[in-house]
Design a protein around this ligand. Structure first.
Ligand SMILES: [Zn+2]
Length: 657
């Protein structure tokens, strides 16, 4: 062993010794595609560089934002505004102990040049993406090119890693996805347009005001003094905190004036909102003063303790009074100690009162709908921050799966059947948990699930669509169903199945005369139209994908319960028949689950989120003496929490990037 490791760089000895020389040689000669160079992608590139990978290509279309710097550690402040994949490949290549060939592709993975033949040159693909849309696209390309895909995602403290291999394992789309959204920091800071933007801002303000210590890395509203364009509120909020009870009212007044009058006016004066349809209007000093008096006179105790305290939207004065009262409560509870008061917790009544009041004042300024405490709590409870440690853990797990795959890849096995069999048996779907299991594990490896027979992507199962064919237009079908729900990129639609007549197509050289069909109702389309019992096919060459869809017409739709106006049922005839019989009931579940297609998603909980049965637990990876003793984690995985949130209008998890 020693003689052959002599030619290996000392920093790579441990990897070479662990894997064995033969497998290590496969690592150094392998060719890897990494999609995404953000939170997980930076960790992956560092891992690849320090494990001896020499040939890596990276696709990412993002540029570096200042808010990435706290966890995407290949980036420094001088890189803000530059291409993520360019900076990340250069930084990781510098880190590599041996010369490497790391190639960045600054662009969209959905673009035509990253097609099946591009994918086929790689030994494996690593996903480090943050949205469902791109994940589905890469999933399809990996299936089409039959390259193993190592997928990962995180949400706060939760994360997971899995391996997808065509025909051997479940693909990314075998299970429906929950919804998730990410808001860019500039929206939060200066151009909010929805209540949730104001609530995210108010949570950051809460930390800025009450975190005793340096709020530098704690609040995204924090700006240090060197910042060229420091906001006018920093001084009032952070540097002039009250030292006694007498100072609290003055502190609150100064803070509110700085946040809701001076800073807003400054931004207006800088022409920040020039041409905006709905420019902000700062609060009046008299409104703030009235609110402060309201508290001093003890009125809010009457006004706020009423039964509709939770469900009513508070007035501006009531919000001001609430902020004063919450601030007093916090300073009273900590007795002006230097310790951290509390991190925001939606179940802490005072914190939630504060966030509701502060967000509504901001919403008032920007002409955004105000929210009751009850509704604000539902929204605030779903906000999950990205955590660097979780990203590092899942990226580490991805590289371990990659080692396994490369080690067992046999260049003589053209069909890769042996490798597929190996992946199915030995690769793992690993959950990264927030709370340890009773046996003390934070990582839970489980067997990879088999492909779902109902999957239209990897099993080419046909789908049934239940729809009002007299009301739904081809454009609706294209936008809402084919692109948004089913994730097609450049679809061709054919009536009468795959050998039928084309009624619409997109992409290079597409016949534009088909555009005339877009406004037509489905029943009025050419070639007999789409009516009850007819079928159509959708094909996409960019994804090497096609699906056959059978139409079931239904007249009556309940707009509240079925806002999509269509239901899609996957799989075999039995399911489709059941769906036709009880369309309404079945369809609600389906449409709710799959609502998130196309939205941002860090990838957690894409599988059945319930903890796997003990049979699923991998006994070789979990060194437990008695697996039956294993208990579920004390907290359920995130999707369960999300489903339990009350007051939220939808199942969205909100993330801040
Ligand atoms: Zn599938």
């Amino acid at each position: 062993m020693m003689s052959s490791t002599n030619s290996i760089h000392p920093l790579l000895w441990s990897t070479a010794t662990t894997l064995g020389n033969e497998a290590f040689a496969k690592v150094t000669s392998s060719k890897i595609l990494l999609v995404g160079s953000g939170g997980i992608g930076c960790e992956l590139l560092k891992n690849l560089a320090l494990s001896g990978f020499k040939d890596v290509q990276v696709i990412d279309l993002d540029t570096i934002d200042v808010s990435n710097l706290n966890r995407q550690f290949l980036f420094r402040s001088q890189h803000v505004g530059k291409s993520k994949c360019l900076v990340a490949t250069a930084a990781s290549a510098d880190m590599a102990p041996v010369p490497v060939n790391y190639v960045p592709h600054h662009g969209n993975v959905k673009s035509q040049k990253f097609n099946v033949s591009f994918f086929k040159q790689f030994d494996a693909v690593l996903n480090a993406l943050d949205n469902v849309d791109a994940r589905r696209h890469v999933n399809r390309l990996c299936l089409a090119s039959d390259i193993p895909l190592i997928e990962a995602g995180t949400t706060g403290y939760l994360g997971q890693t899995t391996v997808i291999s065509r025909g051997a394992t479940e693909c990314y789309e075998c299970q429906p996805k929950p919804t998730r959204k990410v808001y860019p920091i500039c929206t939060i800071r200066s151009t909010p347009s929805q209540p949730v933007h104001c609530i995210v801002w108010a949570k950051e303000l809460f930390t800025l005001m009450f975190y005793h210590g340096d709020p530098k890395d704690k609040s995204m509203l924090y700006e240090d003094e060197e910042n060229v364009e420091e906001s006018t509120y920093m001084d009032a909020v952070v540097r002039r905190r009250p030292k006694s009870n007498n100072e609290i009212a003055k502190y609150v007044k100064d803070t509110l004036v700085a946040l809701y009058i001076t800073e807003v006016q400054k931004q207006i004066d800088m022409d920040k909102y020039k041409g905006s349809k709905n420019p902000p209007k700062p609060l009046n000093l008299s409104e703030i003063e009235a609110g402060l008096l309201l508290d001093i006179q003890g009125a809010p105790s009457n006004a706020f303790k009423k039964r509709d305290y939770q469900s009513n939207v508070w007035t501006v004065s009531q919000c001001v009074a609430q902020i004063l009262s919450c601030t007093s409560a916090y300073y009273e509870s900590c007795k002006f100690s230097s310790k951290l008061m509390q991190e925001f917790d939606k179940d802490d009544g005072v914190a939630m009162d504060f966030v509701t009041a502060a967000s509504n004042l901001r919403a008032h300024i920007f002409g955004i709908e105000n929210k009751s405490l009850h509704d604000a709590k539902g929204i605030a409870g779903n906000i999950v921050p990205a955590i660097a440690t979780t990203n590092a853990i899942v990226a580490g797990l991805q590289v371990l799966e990659l080692f396994k795959i490369l080690k067992h890849k046999d260049s003589n096995d053209a069909s890769n059947e042996n490798l597929k069999q190996y992946i199915k048996e030995h690769c793992r779907y690993t959950y990264c948990l927030r709370d340890k299991t009773r046996k003390g594990y934070y990582l839970l490896p489980t067997k990879l699930p088999s492909p779902s027979d109902e999957c239209f992507v990897c099993r080419k199962a046909s789908l049934t669509i239940i729809i009002n064919t007299k009301e739904f237009s081809l454009k609706d079908l294209l936008d809402k169903v084919i692109k948004k729900r089913l994730g097609f990129n450049e679809p061709t639609i054919m009536i009468g199945g795959e050998d039928g007549s084309i009624i619409y197509e997109e992409g290079d050289g597409a016949d534009e005369t088909f555009i005339v069909n877009l406004p037509k109702k489905l029943a009025q389309l050419p070639c007999g139209g789409l009516i009850d019992g007819s079928s159509f096919a959708v094909e996409d060459f960019t994804q090497d994908m096609e699906v056959e869809m059978i139409v079931t017409h239904r007249d009556e739709w309940d707009e509240k319960k079925e806002p999509d106006g269509f239901i899609i049922v996957g799989g075999n005839d039995k399911m489709a028949a059941a769906a036709r019989a009880g369309a309404s009931k079945e369809g609600n579940v389906e449409s709710k689950k799959a609502n998130g297609n196309g939205s941002h998603d860090n990838g957690v909980t894409e599988r059945n989120p319930k903890r796997p049965n003990s049979e699923d637990i991998d006994s070789s990876s979990v060194p437990a003496q008695n697996l039956a003793d294993e208990q579920p984690p004390s907290k359920k995985l995130k999707i369960d929490n999300v489903e339990e949130v009350d007051g939220s209008n939808d199942n969205e998890i909100i993330e801040i990037e």
